[in-house]
Design a protein around this ligand. Sequence first.
Ligand code: FES
Length: 118
Amino acid sequence: MSTWNLQGTSCHLLICNGGSCMRQQGEEVTVAIREEITRLEADRLIHTTRTRCNGRCLDACVVIAYPQGLWYKEMTPETGKQLVRKLVSGDRLETNLVYAFEPDAVATGASVTGIDKA
Ligand code: FES
């Protein structure tokens, strides 16, 4: 059981550990992201949580950043580390970006549209 002090946290990474993402290096991505956060002494800045399926299995492994509202696809241990370095410098990882909640944002990574919700 943990109760982290969230003072200073500016980003929450939701790392998908659902079945599809775990088959696409979800464990390795999780470990790599957490190791890079530790290496850069960014534990106060970035909080991580393992999640179940986020409903974008074709994008596995999925990582979501809040409050930025950025969804990343096809994450690997290496791109996970790159993402942490980007976050620390206040940037985002354009190469794996699939969706942004920002009204004017344009995702650069091609991806499936997915199934419409009725
Ligand atoms: S298992 Fe990760 S999006 Fe479905």
